[in-house]
Design a protein around this ligand. Structure first.
Ligand code: NAD
Length: 468
């Protein structure tokens, strides 16, 4: 039986809610149905714990974050199995996510926040301190529940904050299990985990004792959070939606790059903020790239992630599944489907890997974020036009340029309006590298040292040494 973690105690609620297995739509587990009262109890516990935690040394914080990392390593198989259960994804992707969560915890455990001396002379010394903010509400989506929670918990704790984590209502299992496993390893109230729907997230955002909201999710919810946080001037980090463009230049070798383009568009069945979601290909190699990618998609096995033969799992939940099916119907009307596209009979949220050619900007599939296994391939003639089309989007998370000449690709890359631009790769994540967002893909930054500083407030200590 899963429990919430509040103030160091594993607690239940009177009501329970079913978590649906996306593979067959059966009940994967029942979990406590958190509400605004449990969220209040978690914030109160976090606020109490903050009074001690804010005064801890780097070594104490490091020990705590390392303990969470060790718990993850020691229970990696079980956590990966739970990720498979709640997302339907293949074991390999689940293990990759568990490893990523650990890498981010380990990176932040080693980050220090030393006092900087800005200036000093015989009479005066000016110091810059980094102070914690208080209670952080960490609100997480369903596509990478463990990694995205770890990438909030670790920097928040290392900066001296305490945390209330709220996983997505459709993927609470791995996060709740993590809570049970760390309950003894972490001081009471420093990490709290509550369940609940969007209303519990919204409640945390307006809570007077929450200092910062660290949110990953849709741009739509991000806007609501920014508005709701305004009256109390909440500190915000918003990691939101993306519609990443990849531009393939005319000198690229279609056969050589197709497997990478395919893998980086369909990783986790396209349910990643920064995978390739719009592929712009020069007309001279357009047909070749389309057929290579279509062949890879048609030859892939979509199924239950628990089956070792499965390469791609289902869409994680019914609402998203129906949204992806609408994108496919729109693509059928505006382009030519060259792989997938058919609706699978039977239970489960399975969508065959779908590739669409002869489609262009101005259609839902190209302009919006499908967040599922469907890729539009768009033909271009002039590279300036491809850049303009890639930039004509409210999103600006990631982008990539593909060429046999990395220098030539770099010249194109710097003209793209996105937080990260990759060359001959995409979605390469590294704990030491910030993951910024432009435009409506977010506000503030996660990952890297900048991701740690985002959990601090600057304080200047200005000392007059001449007196006393
Ligand atoms: P979502 O915005 O619907 O929900 C995310 C979380 O926010 C859930 O826990 C939900 O309960 C909560 N929530 C929803 N509305 C809220 C509100 N008004 N106030 C407070 N909390 C609220 O997103 P989703 O469908 O779970 O996730 C998919 C989206 O996440 C995609 O758009 C994807 O691109 C984005 N995403 C972004 C990144 C990134 O780093 N930029 C990473 C992963 C996913």
């Amino acid at each position: 039986m899963f429990k919430l973690l509040v103030g160091g105690e594993l607690i239940d609620t009177r009501a329970h809610v079913a978590v649906v297995n996306p593979v067959d739509e059966t009940v994967a587990a029942e979990v406590p149905d958190g509400d605004t009262a449990t969220a209040d109890a978690a914030v109160a516990a976090a606020a109490r714990a903050y009074q001690r935690w804010r005064l801890t040394s780097h070594a104490q914080r490091r020990e705590c974050v390392q303990a969470i990392s060790t718990v993850i390593s020691q229970n990696a198989e079980e956590l990966a199995r739970l990720l498979v259960l709640e997302t339907g994804r293949p074991m390999g992707i689940a293990q990759f996510e568990v490893g990523l969560a650990k890498q981010f915890l380990d990176f932040y455990a080693d980050q220090t926040l030393d006092v900087e001396i800005l200036s000093e002379d015989a009479n005066r010394r000016v110091e810059l301190h980094r102070k914690p903010l208080g209670v952080v509400a960490a609100i997480v989506p369903w596509n990478a529940p463990l990694y995205l929670a770890a990438n909030k918990i670790a920097p928040a704790l290392m900066a001296g904050n305490t945390v209330v984590v709220k996983p997505a209502p459709t993927t609470p299992l791995t996060t709740l299990r993590l809570g049970e496993l760390i309950a003894k390893a972490v001081p009471q109230g420093v990490v709290n985990i509550v369940t609940g729907g969007n209303e519990v997230g919204a409640h945390l955002v307006t809570h007077p004792d929450v200092a910062k909201v660290a949110f990953t999710g849709s741009t739509q919810a991000g806007r609501a959070i920014m508005a709701a946080g305004a009256p109390s001037l909440k500190r915000l980090t918003l990691e939101l939606g993306g519609n990443d463009a990849a531009i393939v230049l005319s000198d690229a070798n279609p056969k050589a790059i197709a497997p990478a383009l395919f893998g980086l568009a369909f990783f986790n069945s396209g349910q990643v903020c920064a995978v390739i979601k719009r592929l712009y290909v020069h007309e001279s190699i357009y047909d070749a790239v389309c057929s290579e990618i279509a062949a890879l998609a048609s030859g892939s096995t979509v199924g239950d992630g628990a089956d070792p033969a499965t390469q791609f799992g289902p869409v994680q939940n019914r609402a998203q599944y129906e949204k992806v099916l609408r994108f496919i119907e729109d693509a059928r009307a505006h382009g030519k489907i060259i792989a997938g596209g058919e609706r699978r009979k039977g239970p489960g949220f399975f969508v065959p890997l779908t590739v669409v050619r002869d489609i262009t900007d101005g259609t839902a599939l190209v302009d919006e974020e499908p967040f599922g296994p469907i890729l539009p391939i768009i033909r271009y003639t002039e590279v300036d036009d491809a850049i303009a089309r890639a930039n004509r989007s409210p999103y600006g998370l990631g982008a990539s340029v593909w060429s046999s000449d990395p220098q030539k690709a770099a010249a194109v890359a710097t003209r793209l309006e996105s937080g990260t631009v990759w060359i001959n790769q995409h979605c390469a994540l590294d704990p030491a590298v910030p993951f910024p967002a432009h435009k409506q893909s977010g506000l503030g930054v996660e990952s890297g040292r900048e991701g740690l500083l985002a959990y601090t407030a600057l304080q200047v200590v200005n000392i007059n040494k001449a007196v006393g």
